[in-house]
Design a binder for this molecule. Structure first.
Ligand code: DP6
Length: 328
């Protein structure tokens, strides 16, 4: 009862920011992301071990990190409807964890798919997406590749809150995302705490929810037409609005630093010179640049010129995949 799965992280083009249910991880609004290759996380789940053990990126997980993993596997046990015994989990990523690309998204997606496979449950993207969501919200969008839309859902039990693939990775193979690592430090306020503070205290939060929900179908349409310029503008606008609602929280949350602003400024100048490059920004200082294959080298050079200590070039990625399975 052992399975190994590889999953890619994803970058939200329309962000998820805020929960209506903290325990089930149900969002206030829908979001839309692109799965990123070649970077990935590989996770092995083995049931019937001596004791529960969780190893993440070479270290034994402790505290809430360990609890989150074990809670997800408890949900697998309920789905399997039988005693699977203690679990051994080993998970490792191949990209700089400080990149700000939630390694937890790829990690929990891989854990959900591997957990179900190790329990002998059939492959089911919807069930895996719901399970991954319960580990980390954004993880529900990493079960499948390409462009995935996390529908907020309406139900209180969360059974209609999962990600659907709208376009596969091949739909827009020419699209590039370039991660500019300006700062390797741990972020001061984790997404989970930052979004909770924003929901509870930002007077702009209701406007964010309404706006983000309306941006999802617009983004879908621009992706359908492969309109890079309009999608780039939408991404920037959505990132600014997420950060604006957070800046208006109490205490205020500012994830940008001076290097982030410097890069954004430089990006605008480059655009005026005809370089098609836009940014998005999660809950940290490291922007992710949106461009096409013909300009990814220019985007990397731009990031380095603005102080990036590392750059990760990404292409649209595929589904979480089962690498091996031993059921006995
Ligand atoms: C800014 O999915 O990491 O990256 O559900 O609390 O685990 P939890 O949060 P998480 O938050 C991601 C926030 C974001 C935007 C996004 O990926 O949509």
């Amino acid at each position: 009862m052992k399975a190994t799965v590889r999953a890619h992280p994803n970058i939200a083009l329309v962000k998820y920011w805020g929960k209506r249910d903290d325990a089930l991880i149900l969002p206030h609004q829908s979001s839309l992301s692109l799965t990123l290759a070649p970077i990935h996380v590989t996770t092995t789940v083995e049931f019937g071990a001596q004791a529960d053990t969780v190893e993440l990126h070479g270290h034994a997980a402790k505290g809430s990190e360990r609890d989150r993993v074990l809670r997800l596997l408890d949900a697998v046990r309920v789905q399997a409807g039988r005693d699977l015994g203690p679990a051994k989990v080993v998970s490792r990523g191949d990209f700089p964890m400080a990149a700000g690309l939630a390694s937890s998204a790829a990690g929990f997606a891989a854990l959900a798919v591997a957990g179900r496979a190790a329990a002998g449950l059939p492959q089911d993207t919807r069930a895996s997406s719901i399970l991954a969501r319960r580990g980390s919200g954004s993880a529900c969008r990493s079960v499948q590749g390409g462009f995935c839309e996390w529908q907020r859902g309406e139900r209180a039990d969360g059974e209609d809150s999962y990600a659907l693939q709208r376009f596969d990775a091949g739909h827009w193979a020419d699209l590039r995302m370039v991660v500019a690592i300006l700062d390797r430090g741990e972020k001061e306020v984790k997404s989970r705490d930052g979004m909770k503070n924003t929901v509870e205290t930002s007077p702009y939060y209701p406007a964010w929810v309404k706006d983000a929900e309306a941006e999802v179908p617009r983004a879908r349409e621009l992706i359908a037409r492969k309109d890079l310029e309009a999608l780039g503008e939408l991404c920037e606008r959505n990132a600014w609005r997420m950060h604006s609602t957070s800046l208006a929280a109490d205490p205020p949350l500012c994830y940008l630093n001076s290097s982030t602003l410097g890069l954004i400024q430089h990006l605008r100048e480059q655009r005026k010179k005809g370089v098609p490059v836009w940014f998005t920004l999660d809950a940290g200082p490291n922007p992710v640049l949106l461009t096409d294959a013909a300009h990814e080298v220019a985007a990397e050079a731009l990031a380095r010129a603005c102080g990036a200590v590392d750059v990760v070039r990404c292409v649209p990625g595929g589904d979480a995949t089962l690498l091996s399975e031993h059921l006995f």
